[in-house]
Design a protein around this ligand. Structure first.
Ligand code: SIN
Length: 279
């Protein structure tokens, strides 16, 4: 197995593995260490059916919980991230976020596999929250180190949220409900359990406030952290092809699905792996 850096910032393509044939314990350990350091790993030309995709995921960890979205029939832990060529309306994943950060134990990582990919467009962009944290001044670090962010699914899946009401024209069956209004507190800065590095843990979609700050203070701090996190030097971009599998670390990245492929169909399988309470 060989790593090719995706950018000077982070991310890597992993060569030399056929994931459908199973991964031995040593390579699995190398993948876990590479993910903890590189945050985004891309495996090209993989040929996985849905069962092999599930097997790969369970060899890396336990399934996470998948709220609000109906999974693939018979595969309760696999989501089909699908957009038909003529589909309109909000695109799933098209806002800066870390998957399900509103959960008490948000997923450690996500596996996304390309099944049907537009000829051009539909890339996913990632930003490194290690770099976002490490480039803050010591004074700003000392402010954010002791604060907790308030995370909620309300803007996406609450009754008035982007996906709050069933949309009969949408290909994904997304059903928000009032449970999305629950708040979850997580430190603004978390330490990765494998690498020991600190990462900023905020995102525009799910972080709605900062505990203990007045609303104006919280708004100013979050809008600074959101802008700071997504500067171009902290990003990498994955261009998909059929058979591309990308694994990203939700503890140390945000991501954004680009909505630039109107007229083309895009289908992916997605599994999230269980994580720990951020600390
Ligand atoms: C997601 O946010 O998990 C979906 C990303 C994508 O479709 O590129």
């Amino acid at each position: 197995m060989k790593l090719q850096a995706l950018t000077g910032a982070f991310g890597a393509e992993v060569e030399g593995l056929n994931l459908g044939q199973g991964v031995n314990a040593r390579d699995m350990q190398l993948i876990a260490e590479a993910l903890a350091e590189k945050s985004v790993l891309v495996f090209r030309d993989q040929d996985l059916d849905i069962g092999q995709f599930e097997d790969l995921a369970t060899s890396m960890g336990e399934f996470g919980e998948t709220p609000f979205i109906t999974p693939v029939e018979g595969h309760p832990n696999v989501l089909k991230v699908l957009r038909e060529a003529d589909e309109e309306g909000p695109l799933f994943g098209s806002g800066w976020h870390s998957d399900w950060s509103f959960q008490a134990q948000p997923p450690s990582s996500t596996l996304l596999y390309g099944v049907d990919i537009p000829d051009v467009g539909g890339d996913t962009v990632f930003t490194s929250q290690y770099l976002a944290y490490e480039t803050l001044s010591d004074s700003m670090k000392s402010i954010v180190n002791d604060l907790k962010g308030i995370h909620s699914a309300e803007r996406s899946y609450g009754p008035k949220g982007t996906f709050g009401r069933p949309d009969p024209k949408a290909s994904m069956d997304i059903n928000g409900d009032a449970s999305a209004t629950v708040h979850q507190l997580h430190p603004l800065v978390r330490t990765h359990p494998v690498s020991g590095r600190k990462a900023l843990f905020v995102n525009e979609v799910y972080t709605v406030g900062v505990e203990g700050l007045a609303p104006a203070e919280s708004d100013y701090l979050l809008s600074f952290l959101f802008e700071h996190s997504k500067q171009i030097g902290f990003t990498c971009r994955v261009r998909w092809a059929r058979g591309t599998l990308t694994i990203w670390d939700n503890r140390t990245t945000q991501h954004f699905a680009i909505n630039d492929y109107a007229g083309s169909r895009r289908e992916m399988y997605r599994i999230t792996l269980a994580g720990e309470q951020p600390s």
